[in-house]
Write a protein that binds this ligand. Structure first.
Ligand SMILES: *Cc1c(COP(=O)(O)O)cnc(C)c1O
Length: 377
């Protein structure tokens, strides 16, 4: 009898520990090697280091266990997103967020301006507006929660509407993570991750992934990676898999901290508005509850202060780091509009806060210190 476990029968907390392991055998390793090879003896299935790698495969298997389907690892989240758009014939119509992750929005604006794609930018949080934009589109590109306003879009309804119209549906699942939602199970064609964020979780590498249930689509995406050349380094893949082992634990703790801090911020007179779907008063709370398994660990909040004061606040924290990015063990915040490419719909006084796994009272004390240092009353 085999002593290999059926990963599909496990809960996420167990999958992250058990997935992507080499086969069990006497003196066999528990962990995959960091496979540093540009080429291989002829006759095997890999052939060349740009086509495949043993360390990538271990991480790909682990992500597939979490998201379903089959996974391709790429050099960054943006490489994964670019690979998706590279499949579309010139002039294809794409429906996408007008205020989504700024890297994606900027890329789509450039593809639109150069007439490679025709992009219909919509407010994905407005289901009717989005559904009305679908007829004639080749791709519906979704993201939820939207980054950085943390609006929850009606993922089940929009995925179904896209598929009913014969449109390809891709979902960026970076912020929600597979612990909270599985877009492939809702019928999406492709799930995208910036593995840089929660899956690896330590702010020490850049990687991206694509997962799909459709083997023909997988093959086209694999060809795009092979000839686009945006491949991952084996070391990054290895360290990311090490991060995946604690992904569920980190996410659960960060999420608990986020709910507590969002609750405290929402009762604080120095804050004009807290955007966190876990708050019962949040406009997206019911939507999130209807299909997500949790509310995530990102909070955005609008401070009652000037741009200079909000900048000073971000710079004055001592435990929380003033930096961009998210999804690490360490709490990070930034005034989001400091980026010229950020959507104008994001208020100037909005702080995007990626809540880490530190002690929640230490985090709150740091927030209090930052408010005081910036003279925000
Ligand atoms: C960071 C991020 C990306 C881009 O990922 P990189 O790994 O930085 O290339 C894409 N989507 C979302 C939602 C992100 O947060």
């Amino acid at each position: 009898m085999s002593n290999e476990i059926d990963l599909n029968k496990l809960a996420t907390e167990s999958k992250v520990v058990a997935a992507g392991r080499p086969a069990k055998q006497p003196d066999g390793a528990l962990n995959p090697p960091i496979a540093l090879n540009s080429t291989f003896h002829e006759g095997g299935p890999i052939g060349y280091g740009r086509y495949g790698n043993e360390t990538w495969s271990a991480l790909e298997d682990a992500i597939s266990t979490l998201e379903g389907g089959k996974t391709l690892l790429l050099s960054s989240g943006m490489a994964a997103i670019s690979a998706v758009f590279s499949l579309l014939p010139e002039g294809s119509v794409v429906v996408a967020a007008n205020n989504g992750y700024q890297g994606t929005t900027t890329l789509l604006k450039k593809l639109h301006e150069s007439e490679k794609l025709k992009v219909r930018f919509v407010n994905l949080a407005n289901t009717d507006e989005t559904v009305a934009a679908i007829p004639g589109a080749q791709m519906l590109y979704l993201e939820s929660p939207l980054n950085p306003l943390l609006e929850i879009i009606d993922l089940p309804k929009l995925i179904a509407a896209g598929k009913a119209a014969g449109c390809g549906v891709a979902v960026d699942n970076t912020l929600a993570t597979p612990l909270l939602q599985n877009p492939l199970a809702l019928g999406a064609d492709i799930v995208i991750h910036s593995v840089t964020k929660y899956l690896s979780g330590h702010s020490d590498l850049i990687l991206g992934s694509l997962s799909t249930n459709d083997s023909a689509l997988y093959n086209r995406l694999e060809q795009s990676r092979r000839y686009g050349g945006a491949i991952a380094g084996p070391f990054e893949a290895w360290i990311a898999l090490r991060g995946v082992r604690t992904f569920a634990l980190r996410m659960q703790r960060s999420q608990e901290n986020a709910l507590e801090l969002a609750t405290r911020l929402s009762k604080d007179g120095r804050v004009a508005k807290v955007r966190y779907p876990g708050l019962p008063t949040d406009a997206y709370h019911q939507m999130a509850k209807s299909f997500m398994k949790g509310f995530g660990a990102m909070i955005s909040f609008d401070v009652n202060g000037t741009v200079d004061q909000v900048d000073l606040m971000c710079n004055s924290s001592r435990l929380i780091t003033n930096a961009t990015s998210l999804g690490g063990v360490e709490s990070i915040w930034e005034r989001r509009r400091r980026w010229a490419t950020e959507s104008a719909s994001v208020p100037e006084n909005l702080i995007r806060f990626s809540v880490g796994i530190e002690n929640v009272d230490d985090l709150w004390a740091d927030i209090e210190h930052a408010f005081t240092a910036a003279k925000i009353k």
